[in-house]
Design a protein around this ligand. Sequence first.
Ligand code: ADP
Length: 447
Amino acid sequence: MNRWTVNSVVILGLVSIFSILLVQFVWMRSTVEMQAKNIAIQEKEDSLNLREFSQQAHSALREVLEQISPDQPDHTDLYGVIKQIKSNQFTVDFSEELQPFYLETLLKKELYHQNIHQDFVYGIYDCFKDSIVLGNLITFTKDSLYADSKKGLPGLTPESLNLTKDGHYFTVYFPNVKPKPIEAASFVSPWVYLVIIILFVIVFFAFSLGIIIRQKKLSEVKTDFINNMTHELKTPISTISLSSEMLMRMDLSEENQEKIRKYASIIFKENKRLENQVERVLNVAKLDKEQVILDKEPFNVHELLQEVKENFEFNQTEIGGVISLDCSAEVFQIQADSVHLTNVVYNLLDNAIKYCEGKAVIQIHTRNERNGLFIEVSDNGIGIKKENFKLIFDKFYRVPTGNVHDVKGFGLGLFYVKLIIEAHHGKIDVKSILGKGTTFSVWIPFA
Ligand code: ADP
């Protein structure tokens, strides 16, 4: 997948997400508007119903009052004594003699006449003590209390109870009449859904994009590896092919003996090189954490580094390479797998030489810190960009250098180094300045 395809996928994805969200937004807005309208209508209806109910209740209570106080000459005086304290609660001040049974019967009858077919609770209060004297819940049933009250059916309060003392008032409360609460959630919920959908789409898109980018990187790494492998294998194969062709063309006479031996040895060496390369790649490539088996023994790191230095000097001094060894660690004998740890140090040194454009100047330094041993290998090479610090430890990863790789490799060296260090419960870290040099520091704990 090339950059153009990835960009197209991203742009198309963004455009389609944006379109979907726009449609969702418009749709959601019209739904919310419609809902708000419906709620407003409903509220209006409710308030109309409540007003009607309030009027009916007032009329019924006035009728009750008129019948309780038949001697009251001017019934207009009674208007002020009925007060509505809530949409479903009324109080009536009353100073006449009051018979609860009579009051209950009248309430049932008059409410029924005013088409209030509702349960109600009435209570008679003493004004002086402001405490309830008597109260009752009257349940509405079609064919009992209300309709039949005229026939004089006994009610629930004792007929004999008379409240003769002045200063009473009674309240009537309709528990089932409630102003409908406006569902706040219905205003919010469509937007909540929209936000959830947006979040979901964004997360999904980011996830897909992540996968696409990862796949792209993997495919780049794969192509890089195949190119490298082809290049590395092609050279010995063509040398072998050329040499064997020469051998075939040659007559086996005595004077050609020397040449025949030369070509045969070239074929043998190149074949060995090929074999080693394939072996190395296959061995490391199939290696993972679970497969590393360490054969730990007391291992003298300074001795190894001395040997590394001598080797370097043997190969590099002639072409101007310099190596310095600073063995500051006081404890340099650690429990480690000698073969793997030797490979680790050689891998780091090989890289330090490989990724150096001029004469390699290498410093190796050891010290004891954090209850372990640090080995640092610094070079004056091409350096590594910060963004590649993590990636260089991945299997087959090589820092991209366009399509040309002057330096040979399969991107397995640092993967192997990290694997071995972690198997020793240690850590590897890299610091680098592009164009100036790189330092790899390895830490191995004593315990
Ligand atoms: P290889 O060297 O075979 O490519 P490695 O796993 O050893 O694979 O290294 C991975 C990449 O890290 C290399 O391709 C190189 O770009 C970068 N690298 C490693 N060591 C150094 C170094 N000392 N200086 C600069 N770049 C380095």
